[in-house]
Design a protein. Structure first.
Length: 189
């Protein structure tokens, strides 16, 4: 998606070690117009998969997931990274490595909001190693839901996540694909 690629070129920063800083329009401060356009593009790309629910991870996946949900008229569930007291005692829980936090993080979903027979579309900010998305897939599977698609704003193809997820046999769509972040530069696929 050209608007996202242009924004990454203008405002994204390569911090080295595969870290792309996009916190002034996706992760910390959100550009609602850009996320609205990204949501519309995901809705177009996934129009025929028959999703009944969107699943994402707290916090960076929430903005694109919400906009996609708005365009597709679907509820959005996000996996929490800590269990609030309002959540039931029995939950779906898995752990996944966080590249930016440098540690394992919990992903927790209440069975109230993800259940048997749902057709789940995962929307997240990044596809890098695929570890976070695999965690979301495990949560959907634990709930008895069917995974029907995966969408990410930015794919770092050099980290191999798409190949890790290929066995899922669902459409995987990225709005911007980066194939190299060497020498402080950002090169798009």
């Amino acid at each position: 998606m050209q608007a996202l690629i242009e924004r990454i070129m203008r405002d994204g920063k390569n911090l080295g070690n595969g870290i792309l800083k996009v916190d002034n329009f996706i992760n910390h401060q959100v550009d609602p117009e850009l996320m609205y356009a990204c949501g519309a593009e995901f809705a177009r790309r996934f129009a025929r998969i028959g999703a009944t629910r969107i699943l994402t991870a707290e916090i960076s996946g929430i903005a694109p997931a919400l906009m996609t949900g708005m365009h597709m008229n679907l509820p959005v569930v996000y996996a929490r990274k800590s269990k609030p007291v309002t959540m039931p005692d029995t939950v779906y829980l898995t752990v996944a490595p966080s590249h930016t936090k440098g540690r394992m993080v919990e992903l927790i979903v209440s069975p109230e909001y993800l259940g048997n027979g749902e057709r789940v579309l995962i929307i997240d900010d990044f596809l890098a190693s695929g570890a976070t998305i695999q965690g979301l897939v495990r949560l959907a599977q634990a709930a008895g839901s069917e995974l029907v698609g995966i969408g990410t704003l930015i794919e770092k193809s050099f980290e191999g996540g798409r190949a890790v997820l290929a066995h899922l046999n669902v459409p995987i769509e990225s709005l911007a694909c980066i194939d190299s972040m060497e020498n402080g530069e950002i090169h798009f696929c």
